[in-house]
Design a protein around this ligand. Structure first.
Ligand SMILES: C[S@@+](CC[C@H](N)C(=O)[O-])C[C@H]1O[C@@H](n2cnc3c(N)ncnc32)[C@H](O)[C@@H]1O
Length: 240
């Protein structure tokens, strides 16, 4: 019998096994130089600390080799805050997503220099990681620090913190698990407050913005901004 199935890719449609084709992403792939030190860290530490994107449910015990609370971080940049938090919370396990290769190299370098054991990196779009690798009720926490603000109105649709993603993140949290966001861009802070506040699965831990939790360090970038008189807003919501 002749194969009469339509060629969906050619027809510009999603294949049947892709529920929701994503065309708008919260990042653009930047090329960036990986330094010699980062390349060395990739080679030596990559096999242990970088997990492959499998599109299959993650087994945290296998990934970390131990039990522990599981915290997802989306977009760690160069990993300064990530490494600090992993050190001050040694009993927790941090699954950290970043698409920017030099950032992954930089965090691997910190992992080596600071002898950190409780981080695993996924160099992949966090939204796909959430969709395909994180079953419901798996996470104890989510960190999203200084996500790209996408200042121009026409780019606002790229912002990470929007209702569909927040609903998805809330579903991946255990009861009592938390979402902690921080931003230095006031209009984005307002959007975060509105979107997180409108999610029925979540409750705000503060009246509006939260005090900065102790584990989140003031990074160099943030300190510079604060000295220039810029604000920073933290938001901490928990799953009901
Ligand atoms: C402005 S940087 C902030 C980095 C870091 N959190 C900090 O506080 O310095 C935002 C980062 O999020 C990453 N990012 C954005 N969307 C992402 C996604 N869907 N999955 C993984 N990383 C993402 C970008 O590559 C970028 O490095």
């Amino acid at each position: 019998m002749a194969d009469t199935a339509p060629n969906t890719a050619a027809a510009g449609q999603a294949p049947a096994d892709v529920a929701h084709p994503r065309t708008i992403r919260s990042f653009v792939r930047r090329t960036g130089r990986v330094t010699t030190g980062q390349a060395k860290a990739f080679e030596e530490l990559g096999p242990k600390f970088v997990l492959p994107y499998t599109g299959q449910p993650l087994d945290p015990q296998t990934a970390f080799g131990r039990p522990g609370k599981l915290i997802l971080e989306i977009g760690f940049g160069m990993g300064e805050a990530t490494a600090h938090i992993a050190r001050v919370r040694p009993d927790d396990n941090f699954l950290c997503c970043e698409v920017h290769e030099p950032g992954v190299g930089a965090l691997l370098k910190r992992i080596g220099e600071q002898d950190i054991h409780n981080i695993r990196i996924l160099q992949h779009d966090a939204v796909e990681v959430i969709d395909f690798m994180l079953p419901e009720g798996m996470l104890d926490g989510v960190h999203i620090f200084f996500p790209d603000p996408w200042h121009k109105k026409k780019h606002n649709k790229r912002r990470l913190i929007q209702s569909p993603l927040v609903a998805k993140l809330a579903s991946r949290l255990k009861q009592g698990g938390y979402i902690h966001c921080a931003t230095d861009w006031e209009p984005y802070a307002e959007q975060m407050l509105e979107v997180l506040g409108a999610e029925a699965q979540l409750a705000n831990t503060a009246e509006g913005y939260a005090p900065k939790p102790d584990y989140r360090p003031l990074t160099k970038f943030e300190n510079r901004g604060l000295k220039l008189g810029h604000g920073v807003w933290d938001l901490v919501f928990v799953k009901r």
